[in-house]
Write a protein that binds this ligand. Structure first.
Ligand code: PEP
Ligand code: MN
Length: 346
């Protein structure tokens, strides 16, 4: 439930609303906004009797949030959330961001070369996993903590921001110490205890859609993060399981306008995992930007044939460069612009 205060309501009036909500046994979050201050009420499992709140001084109206993903919903926050990253990079505003890099971090040379190449092409965020959720326990599992050191070095050398996955609570601690964005992967989208830890880590979270998750389930998982007080959440469409075997996943582009309608959170698209096929990544990345995605996440490797994971869906550096040229034009056509690496460290 949202208690919307009148324009010009005093701090004491807002405080009174907070105390009454707490007396009723719920949690209150004051949310000052440009147009109005609202006080969010959570902790209820069912409809709350609003009569005590409606009559308080300074209260304009009480809105019952109909969606189960309350704080994630547009009802809760009509204006889009803009996640602010270091160096003035934003996700969810007019800028479109490119996150790119290898599937797995492999060697120092591979990480640094990937970073230089993707930066040159126009990415502002370097991606790459130190821990990899692999279907087989015999597949390359990632470098672990030493991988994070490589990312730190790449950031130092290039000024790129870092997005990397945490697979368990210890990983959240290590990743949040060094990375700019903590990624929660598709397979962990409904690992609710991990989401609670991630929600408290103090860093922006990239939450990827689960391989068989509905959009509502994605939003409910994001709600776990917001419920812990972390509003810096970026969603990611990365394809869902389908009956068709022509592509690795069914890349659900419709999710982008659907999420934008239902939620204030930004959503980016990952056409690499979404399609699993290098030659499908470029058209779907273009389409994602055209559909309104707030960014793209693309796997790029200096030498994809030698990649230790996901080589078949990984772009060659020159393909990524070409893609970024196209993405700039598409973004401009819809009144947006691509965040340029020059902004990093500015
Ligand atoms: C990844 O981005 O490295 C990854 C493993 O993706 P997903 O969780 O979407 O499979
Ligand atoms: Mn991958």
């Amino acid at each position: 439930m949202l208690i919307v205060m009148r324009h010009g309501a005093t701090a004491d009036e807002v405080q009174k609303v907070v105390s009454v909500i707490e007396e009723m046994g719920y949690q209150a979050t004051p949310m000052p906004g440009a147009q109005r201050t609202a006080v969010g009420l959570v902790g209820n499992d069912g409809r709350v009797d609003a009569s005590r709140l409606e009559g308080l001084p300074g209260v304009q109206e009480v809105i019952h949030v109909s969606k189960p993903y309350k704080q994630v919903s547009r009802e809760w926050r009509p204006e889009p959330t803009v996640v602010k990253l270091a160096g003035g990079v934003t996700v969810g505003g007019t800028e479109v961001v490119a996150m790119a890099g290898p599937c797995s971090l492999e060697t120092e040379r591979q990480v640094l070369e990937s970073a230089r190449l993707v930066k040159e092409a126009g990415a502002v965020i370097l991606r790459g996993g130190a821990w990899k959720p692999r279907s087989s326990p015999y597949s390359f599992q990632g470098l672990g903590r030493p991988g994070l050191k490589l990312l730190a070095k790449a950031r130092e050398e290039t000024g790129l921001l870092i997005c990397t996955e945490a697979m368990d609570p210890d990983g959240v601690g290590w990743v949040s110490e060094m990375a700019d964005i903590v990624q929660i992967g598709a397979r962990n989208m409904q690992n609710f205890s991990l989401l609670k830890v991630a929600g408290r880590c103090g860093k922006p979270i990239l939450l990827k859609r689960g391989i068989s998750a509905t959009i509502v389930e994605l939003l409910l998982s994001a709600e776990y993060l917001l419920a812990e007080g972390n509003y810096d959440v970026i969603l990611c469409e990365r394809g869902v399981r389908s009956f068709d075997t022509m592509t690795r996943n069914l890349f659900d582009l419709t999710a982008i306008p659907v999420v934008h309608k239902l939620s204030h959170l930004p959503i980016i698209a990952d056409p690499s995992h979404g399609t699993g096929l290098r030659d499908k990544v470029i058209p779907m990345a273009r389409a994602a930007i055209a559909a309104g995605a707030d960014g793209i996440m693309v796997e790029v490797h200096p030498n994809p044939e030698e990649a230790l994971s996901d080589g078949a869906q990984t772009l060659y550096p020159d393909q990524f460069t070409q893609l970024m040229r196209e993405v700039r034009i598409i973004a401009e056509a819809i009144g947006r612009r691509v965040a340029e690496p020059a902004a990093v460290g500015a």
